[in-house]
Design a protein around this ligand. Structure first.
Ligand code: ATP
Ligand code: MG
Length: 381
């Protein structure tokens, strides 16, 4: 926003001064003309009283008081003019002064932490420019403070969740270790059993810590990843093969529906495998009742997609958005043995963001579908 030269603050002051001078001149002219007329009337009356109607009632203007102004009169006139000019200047600049006060009040409010009110931007002089800049600053400050608050909240949440998830396995590790210390009271079989539990819980801790590292590592703002051109239609069959043992273990059938031709995208193969792998392991974990998992590839306008569909448990609509948040698990999965760290989808989302893609899910009677979309790369053939 740039102030117009003819509406600048300096121009306005000069204008107000000129207007005050003009208004003073007009006022004084009217005033003195009134006095002049009044005096003529008075003199003519007295003249007639003394001289009758001689000289047609006209009198010489030389006998009027205006023609005999003394130095004292001039001084009074000057003071009166100055006072009148000041009065006019105050009146003309009133609106402007009120506006400056409004700006000061706005700044005061900001100083007291009130960022919700905007200062009105009036006209286009330097002061409206100041008001505009203050409003912009207010907006930026408000945004930064909201972001800071959210970051603070997220940090608190993260610490609470991590503390909770670390404590649960740790408590049972400590409990079983206490039992194992009293070795003599335990049979060989019990010792082996407790050692097994301790080992499983310790691994859970290891998985959680690894997932936490991954989650923070794949934050879009922090990492620069190396990407290569890869064909999803070549990439996916290999990835599905890696899950073959898990499908078998969970008595699941996996059907693949790969699109024809090539689906070239720019991606980091390792990270993409991690993201899609998280969808696959979820489908296996949460779709075991459905007996069938389907994997699709294809393209939608400028995007290539991979979709993993499983059947069985439905994700309630209100949870669909939240499951991509870190540590979010659909209500009862925390207590179930299937419940993991709650970071799998958050990690997948971070990875997809690093590829400028989208990830979303739908869930209903027709199954639960998780889809990842990554921009297609058009290669010259
Ligand atoms: P992690 O993957 O870190 O071991 P998790 O599987 O609990 O733990 P996410 O992968 O982030 O965490 O999934 C979040 C929640 O979303 C899960 O707890 C589950 O309730 C739900 N969910 C995810 N995928 C599916 C799916 N295919 N079918 C049904 N529910 C799902
Ligand atoms: Mg998971």
């Amino acid at each position: 926003m740039k102030a117009n030269r003819f509406r600048s603050f300096r121009f306005k002051i000069v204008l107000y001064m000129l207007l005050s001078v003009a208004a003073t001149i007009v006022t004084e002219t009217i005033l003195f003309f009134g006095i002049y007329l009044y005096e003529i009337q008075m003199m003519t009356g007295r003249y007639r009283e003394i001289w009758g109607t001689a000289s047609n009632g006209r009198i010489s203007s030389s006998i009027l008081s205006f023609n005999s102004l003394s130095g004292m009169d001039l001084a009074v006139l000057l003071i009166f003019s100055i006072l009148l000019m000041i009065l006019y200047f105050v009146l003309f600049s009133h609106g402007f002064v009120v506006y400056v006060r409004e700006i000061i009040q706005g700044i005061d409010k900001m100083q007291n932490g009130n960022f919700s009110e905007e200062i009105p931007v009036r006209g286009d002089d330097e002061f409206s420019e100041i008001a505009y800049s203050i409003n912009e600053m207010r907006k930026n400050l408000e945004e930064t403070m909201t972001q800071q608050k959210m970051a603070e909240q997220t940090k608190d949440e993260l610490i609470t969740n991590v503390a909770h998830d670390l404590r649960t396995p740790l408590t049972s590790i400590l409990g079983y270790l206490d039992l194992l210390i009293q070795k003599d009271m335990l049979t060989e079989e019990q010792q082996q059993k407790y050692l097994g539990i301790v080992s499983t819980k310790a691994r859970q801790l290891e998985t959680l810590i690894k997932a936490l590292f991954d989650y923070t590592r794949y934050d879009k703002d922090k990492v620069q990843i190396k990407k290569d051109i890869l064909d999803l239609n070549l990439f996916m069959p290999q990835l599905v093969d890696e899950f073959y043992p898990s499908f078998m273990d969970n008595h699941l059938t996996c059907e693949t529906h790969f699109a024809e031709g090539t689906l070239n995208i720019e991606a980091n193969g390792e990270l993409l495998a991690r993201a899609i792998g998280n969808l696959m392991s979820n489908a296996i974990k949460y779709g075991a009742d459905g007996k069938l998992v389907e994997v699709y590839t294809g393209h939608l306008s400028d995007y290539a997609f991979v979709a993993v569909v499983n059947y069985g448990r439905i994700i309630p609509p209100e949870d669909l958005e939240k499951i991509f948040d870190k540590f979010y698990r659909v209500e009862n999965s925390r207590s179930l043995k299937t419940g993991g760290t709650g970071l799998g989808l958050a990690i997948a989302k971070n990875i997809v963001n690093l590829h400028n893609g989208n990830i979303w899910a739908i869930s209903g009677e027709n199954g639960t579908r998780f889809q990842i979309e990554i921009p297609l790369v058009m290669t010259k053939s």
